[in-house]
Ligand binder design. Structure first.
Ligand SMILES: Nc1ncnc2c1ncn2[C@@H]1O[C@H](COP(=O)(O)OP(=O)(O)OP(=O)(O)O)[C@@H](O)[C@H]1O
Ligand SMILES: [Mg+2]
Length: 234
């Protein structure tokens, strides 16, 4: 699904912010990405969702080596990836409904189905009353929920979430984690960058840990037998 081999990333002529990063994500896996502020989590995710290209090393996505993928095909690859950006990136002139509907409409989903799917998901994240509101009128947490709904609405092959629970309360964080787990069970590979170690501890999923641009050798890895989900997350 995703393979990084000795990947390095620098912005412009700056220092490398990712160094010798190698890992492999199996299809259908669920990983957390942790590490201190500035460790390179968002940078690693940008490589995953094709917003940056590595300065060295090799990234393979859906079996395709990115260095050999023509730019014209990148858009097609990107449509298989649902992204929750750390800064949300909602379209401010479009309603909550239309923001969440956008990826479905781009994929050519019949409008009747769009109405049904978007209404259900927006209600599920508790924003039914904000369905027709514009993003600038929402709270930070509400914007985050819209960003999450937009990222998962098409059941993408890969879901990449950058601090998706950074602005919402504990109860809603659990609800969002349940949503990611549900998407994962339906076949999406999921990568979640977070600072919330309480959540990570309870989820019992493999964790990749970054420090100063390097992936620690001893990332925690629970074997499936050890993984005991809390009842909350069943
Ligand atoms: N567009 C950019 N141009 C130059 N340097 C950048 C850019 N984006 C990030 N950096 C640098 O790359 C390093 C890693 O940043 P990154 O945003 O990946 O960290 P992070 O682990 O996501 O941090 P946080 O927990 O605060 O979100 C930092 O030193 C940062 O200053
Ligand atoms: Mg970040």
């Amino acid at each position: 699904m995703v393979r990084f081999e000795n990947v390095g990333l620098r912005y412009g002529n700056g220092p490398e912010v990712l160094r010798d990063v190698s890992f492999h994500l199996q299809p259908g896996s669920f990983h957390f990405l942790v590490g201190p502020t500035g460790a390179g989590k968002s940078s690693l995710l940008k490589l995953l969702y094709l917003s940056e290209r590595p300065s060295r090393g090799m990234v393979t996505l859906f079996g395709q080596a990115l260095s050999k993928t023509p730019r014209s095909q990148l858009a097609e690859l990107r449509r298989k990836i649902g992204v929750v950006f750390q800064d949300f990136r909602l379209l401010d002139h479009m309603t909550v409904f239309d923001n969440v509907a956008l990826p479905l409409r781009i994929a050519g989903t019949p409008e009747k189905k769009v109405q049904e799917m978007v209404s259900d998901l927006v209600a599920w994240v508790g924003l039914e009353e904000k369905m027709h509101a514009l993003p600038p009128t929402l709270s930070g947490g509400q914007k985050q929920l819209v960003a999450i709904a937009r990222a998962v609405i098409t059941s993408p092959k890969l879901i990449v979430a950058d601090e998706p629970t950074g602005n919402i309360d504990r109860e809603m964080s659990y609800r969002i984690m349940r949503l990611f787990i549900e998407m994962n069970k339906l076949g999406s590979t999921v990568v979640v960058a977070t600072h919330d170690m309480y959540l990570v501890d309870r989820m019992k999923r493999p964790v990749m840990e970054l420090h100063e641009g390097k992936l620690l050798e001893a990332s925690w890895w629970l074997t499936p037998g050890e993984a005991q989900e809390m009842p909350d997350f069943a």
